[in-house]
Design a protein around this ligand. Structure first.
Ligand SMILES: [Zn+2]
Length: 116
């Protein structure tokens, strides 16, 4: 399967929209991923809860940042043979999947096998 010009444009638009979406979520992620201050007023949250949330948000933040990098990379290689290929089986990932989940680097079959 080769992508047509129009299909590539569609995917490109999906990638750019996804980058904007993730970038928009970064400030609030960065905010909640900050280390918990020892004297912070936590209300009903215990310090342990606050630290757990902070760790989760930090992980989310890392995922968000690596997704952005991956999406930028996809934009760079969109006109090459490499683009849209599964990193495991090297088959095409598929137009619908790329549009729905532009940061995916594996095809639906491998995603089912390996997760994500
Ligand atoms: Zn695959």
């Amino acid at each position: 399967m080769t992508l047509t010009r129009a299909e590539k444009e569609e995917i490109k638009a999906a990638i750019e929209a996804r980058i904007r979406e993730i970038e928009a979520s970064l400030p609030s992620l960065e905010d909640t991923a900050k280390p918990v201050e020892p004297d912070v007023s936590l209300g009903r949250l215990t310090r342990m809860d606050a630290m757990q949330i902070q760790q989760m948000q930090e992980a989310n933040l890392q995922v968000a940042r690596s997704n952005i990098e991956r999406l930028h990379h996809s934009l760079q290689i969109i006109d090459t043979e490499q683009f849209g290929r599964c990193r495991y089986c090297k088959n095409m990932i598929g137009l619908e999947r790329l549009k729905a989940l532009p940061e995916s680097t594996m095809c639906i079959n491998c995603a089912e096998k390996f997760g994500r």
